[in-house]
Design a protein around this ligand. Structure first.
Ligand code: PMP
Length: 354
């Protein structure tokens, strides 16, 4: 048999690289180390017992969108929901990217922005962040002028560097961008401001969020976008019919009843992050200030890859970002429970001394 050829532009594409291995301490994918409260599980179980399994879900996910809209202070027609924020991003790319169009990101940043855009046939141009990983508006302006992107990706707090973009910079980037601007706020609840403040029917800005991190619901695969009504209407056309199952719609609604518990977990993680930052200061690593639930650092005396492997040998898995553009030698650790972080610090101390 002659194997059918995959699309020319996908031949060189590599899949998503984040090993799922069995280890004692898993600090590699920025999940919450804490599950949602028991009361959430109980409420969800009760709701799920009423699911009409023989019927398709509400195609418009009306109730979930209304609840999210209320929690966000917008109208339900401004909310789009999908299976994880990655699917939200894919839907934006399907609707506004595609053949003959360009998307721009500013590296180092979340690699899936470029990857998802490429898979949808969108050309991708990578701008650069400044040496301290901040967005340099002169670079932003020159890249946007030169490439005229249909989609511009921003990320705040930025994964994997942790930096929260300032309102001034995001606003300026939105004013400069000729097309849709996506501000990815997967870690938005950790920041002291949100680009949601800048939403306007006359501004092609969308903010994406997820249940995977702060809501402690990575297992559910649920994400959403808030943006102008007319843009959400275009996304609705592109989404598959009944793409969001009933379980997820219910889980997303029940979760919102436990917002104060979510905020409490975020507060606990911020305090724990600061403890981790202080501990890393005593080790021979460079680190960058983080406004999220992870820390980017670079071992000074040893290659990042070697340190990553040494940690894995001690059953501690973190993210190897050392081969990402602009992140030579860098690693990213997710803030875990105090016990997990102690195990990480002990292993790191050992590896650096070995
Ligand atoms: N955006 C950013 C910046 C992320 O870090 C992640 C998760 N790694 C996502 C989007 C995707 O999250 P999900 O698909 O789980 O909602």
């Amino acid at each position: 048999m002659t194997r059918p050829a995959v699309r020319d532009d996908l031949r060189e594409l590599e899949g998503y690289h984040s090993p799922q291995v069995d280890v004692d301490v898993r600090l590699n994918t920025n999940e919450s180390p804490y599950p949602p409260p028991d009361a959430f599980r109980d409420a969800l179980a009760a709701e799920l017992s009423r699911v009409e399994w023989h019927r398709y879900p509400d195609r418009a996910a009306t109730a979930l969108r209304e609840d999210l809209a209320r929690a966000t202070g917008v109208d339900a027609s401004q909310v789009f929901v999908a299976n994880g924020s990655n699917e939200v991003l894919q839907t934006v790319c399907l609707a506004y990217g595609g053949a003959g169009r360009t998307a721009v990101d500013f590296q180092p940043t979340y690699l899936m922005h470029g990857q998802i855009a490429e898979i949808t046939g969108t050309a991708v141009h990578h701008g650069r962040r400044a040496a301290d990983f901040s967005l340099d508006l002169a670079e932003v302006e020159s890249v946007l002028r030169a490439t005229q992107p249909a989609i511009t990706f921003l990320c705040s707090p930025n994964n994997p560097t942790g930096m929260i973009e300032s309102p001034e910079v995001v606003r300026a980037a939105v004013d400069l961008a000729p097309g849709v601007v996506v501000c990815d706020e997967a870690y938005g609840q950790f920041a002291d401001w949100s680009a949601l403040e800048l939403l306007d029917e006359d501004r092609p800005l969308v903010v994406t969020r997820t249940y995977s991190k702060t809501w402690s619901m990575a297992a559910a695969r649920l994400g959403y976008l808030v943006g102008p009504t007319w843009l959400v209407a275009e996304l609705e056309k592109v989404g598959l019919p009944y793409h969001l199952d009933s379980l997820k719609q219910i889980a997303g609604r029940v979760a919102l009843r436990f917002e104060s518990e979510m905020r409490e977990r975020v507060g606990r993680l911020v305090a724990e992050r600061e403890r981790l930052v202080a501990a890393l200061e005593d080790l021979d690593v460079q680190q960058w200030p983080s406004g999220a639930n992870f820390i980017l650092f670079r071992p000074r005396a040893k290659p990042g890859r070697e340190v990553w492997q040494g940690l894995l040998d001690r059953s501690v898995l973190i993210r190897d970002t050392s081969s990402w553009p602009g992140l030579e030698g860098c690693l990213r650790v997710t803030v875990g429970t105090p016990a997990e972080d102690d195990a990480f610090l002990a292993a790191l101390t050992e590896v650096l001394a070995a």
